[in-house]
Write a protein that binds this ligand. Sequence first.
Ligand code: PHB
Length: 398
Amino acid sequence: MMRFLINRVSGAVLLALAVCAPLHAQTIKIGFISTFSGPGAAQGDQLDRGVKLYMKLHGNELPPGVSVEIIRRDDTGAVPDAAKRVAQELIVRDKVQFLTGVVWTPNAAAIAPLSTEAKVPFISMNASGALIMAKAPYMARMSFTLWQSAYPLGHWAAKHYKRAYTAVSDYAPGHEAEEGFIRGFKEGGGEVVGTVRIPLANPDYIPYMQRIKDAKPEALFAFNPAGKAATAMMKAYGDLGLAKAGIKYIGTGDITTDEELQNMGDEALGVTTVHHYSAAAERPANKAFVARYQKEFGADQNPGFMVVDAWDTMDAIFTAIREQNGKVDPERTMELLKKYSSNNSPRGTVSIDPATREVINPEYLREVRRVNGRLANVEIESISQAIKDPLKELTQPK
Ligand code: PHB
């Protein structure tokens, strides 16, 4: 009799639980690969902060019964084998429905074939190499390509300087920055008097800066992968007296990334860059974003572009999950990502080009100035609110 009663009671409890639990309860797993250790951890931390802030402020904006689990994995730096291994584990063992994160282009290139094979949508939060998506139909990019900033900067520079030198990190994004700048600069009538490619790992910038100084260009175009590399290169430029020699430092926004800017010192004043995001931007959406970021991470902290690119990526993923009511299908996810568009990003507008799955960005001309006692990338001109990747635009037959 007793046993019969217990059975009846536990049956009732189970029934009550089943009624209370939302139909089709779903947990969407997102594999988030970033650099959490080693010299690239500063960049990886920027992506992490963007994800954390988004989850804190919007993590529950999902249909009833749907939740998101972020599974974080460390790729330890620009180490394609490590990135491949963690992506494989996320796909096979954790059965993630999305892959995202990834600071480094070589890592994204290693992950792309796995995304294709397993049909797992992979959205790059930072990796910017223009060619990594060519054979990866389940990939989309929410960050930028180097041509989007370097090519218009080349046009601008040709209006102000006749002779330029280029110095870039020696890997795909650096090569693309170099090529984009040179194309724009030459189209504008400028002359490139020298080019140098600097190793990505543990670079010593001093001998390169000496060589550049000796060549006496009017401008030095630079690209490095943001983080501490940006500060180190700026210091070498200052220490070797290039500014005093009248050589203007210009580049993609990676060289004056907002989270490092205060560490660069007065040498950064006047440095001119083109980029899709500045923490100093006056847009209301950005002011609200920066205020919220500082509340979370400290009043002296500025979000760099990688924080914003991670934030926007999360918004695109959440939009795709919501639109599918939590039952995500890779084909439908890709259709939805291709339609993603926001006028409310801290960068201004952002969308995905349905033809290429490539980000369409605003680009701003910025100059480092002192604002209220702090260095800031002040946006002085909007170059465009919607630049497609110029490399693809120039090289792909219409
Ligand atoms: C990249 O490897 O794609 C990369 C990394 C850092 C940057 C830009 C591009 O600032």
